[in-house]
Design a protein around this ligand. Sequence first.
Ligand code: ZN
Length: 271
Amino acid sequence: MKKATTSFLLLITIFLNSCSSLKLPGTKEPTDAEINDQAAKAYVEVKSKSKISTHKEWNDMVQRVARRIAVASGENFQWETVLIESSEVNAWCMPGGKIAVYTGIMPVLKTEAALAAVLGHEVAHATLRHGKQGYVRAMNENFIGMIVGGAAMIGGQFLCKTSTCKTMAALGGAAAGFAITFFSRKFSRGDESAADQTGQIYMARAGYDPSEAPRLWDRMNASHQGSAPPEFMSTHPSDEHRKVALNSWMGEAKAAYASAPHKYGLGSPIN
Ligand SMILES: [Zn+2]
């Protein structure tokens, strides 16, 4: 994440922390449906503020991989996937199955199976309900989200450098509060490892060779030097630890791959 964006998010975090005693009386923990509803609204906003890619080959690939990962997860979400035209090396899945892939990540991935590994990881965060506490707080205090949304729109004019931050700053009201919580989320190492393990199983069930997962993280690590790391690189244990862990789960992943109804190996190359 760029320095200015980090400073901006730090201000927002300080603001949110300072406001934590302002919780509305009588608010209760939102349900999955309520969180997913907020995510769906923020997703509509993100799409309206983004340039959607017209790259047919990549669009087709992103749609089919996302569809297979969704089926492999067994989760009954209202799935939707979009390919956003952006130089950012990024991909994410909001609660409730709203997925975005940025065109900047495609050349780094090199294979369709690597895309399956990234989407497996991101979808696993959603199916495992990671970060739910953050959403609970954002929704219980959505009046703060509205204030922060306004601040983001003003602050974003000066501080945002990445397209994600600009998109976030352009959102209004509670949607901005939710989006800020989502885009500034930091998962624990335990959550990251769980998303790696579950994501590897998802890609294998979806018919992609899971041995591509540890190779992908090598390529990702080489690609983001000197620039902002995407979510799946930001708070993870060391690369070596990650590869050791992925290889330690490979037996289970290979078994899932062996049982997959269709096998695509590494899929199509990405050029
Ligand atoms: Zn992650």
